[in-house]
Design a protein around this ligand. Sequence first.
Ligand SMILES: C[S@@+](CC[C@H](N)C(=O)[O-])C[C@H]1O[C@@H](n2cnc3c(N)ncnc32)[C@H](O)[C@@H]1O
Length: 256
Amino acid sequence: MLPFFADIIAPLLSALQSPAVVEIGSEHGKLTRKLCELVAPWEGRVHAIDPAPLFDADVWTKDLAPTLAVHRAKSLDALPAVDGFDVVLVDGDHNWFTVLSELRLVERLARERGAAHPLVLLHDVAWPYGRRDLYYEPESIPEQHRQSWARRGISPVSSELLPRGGLNAHLANATHEGGPRNGVLTAVEDYLKETQVEQTLTIVPAAFGLAILLPATLAAEKPAALELVRPWMSTAVQGFLEKMETARIAMLTQAG
Ligand SMILES: C[S@@+](CC[C@H](N)C(=O)[O-])C[C@H]1O[C@@H](n2cnc3c(N)ncnc32)[C@H](O)[C@@H]1O
């Protein structure tokens, strides 16, 4: 999600002066630290949720006090313990079941607390995980919601995983791309069919894809946020970014 910080995430958080930001999936904490530095001047708080962060959570929590709270747990266990959230960044376990469950839980918690529905940004809504599940821990996903999977690499020119090589060959990837209940974008679309919150979906088709779910009430209350999202809605911008992303992925995977 880091590539989106300067041009999308930071301007949006600054416009909203977001008091509470949740980051699902922190890994090395590169984005976490930037988020903390950004929100500290207005006394914002960053909740980093990751069952296995690759930074020293205790040291960082002290260094970045009182801004950072690290939750060493999976998103679905940790979210209820976060007392409030204005912006949620979703970049954890990239599969249909987890992402749909996260979106449902965020909506339910906000509603139960009588809080405004947050702005939600999700990474990996384009290739390779927009239409293909990835499992950090396949056995933790209920069997009926899990695709067949293998630790083999992905190619942009075939739905099937490659016998050798390919992208992310060390990860547990769904063996096929597409179809129902498969991938992060499919989860977002399925969520939008059932949500009770009016919101718009904008996709930035670059750097593996970013989805911006902007609630209508927030757009009405903070027109500056809508103005920051609007340029990314342009079909010309989207078409150009899609071409650049296809070329980048071809180079990345040496597919042609
Ligand atoms: C792609 S990395 C996140 C990268 C980070 N957001 C950034 O921009 O630098 C995914 C992270 O999600 C974490 N993760 C996996 N399953 C998770 C879950 N159910 N809830 C929260 N985090 C999870 C992994 O441990 C990993 O560190």
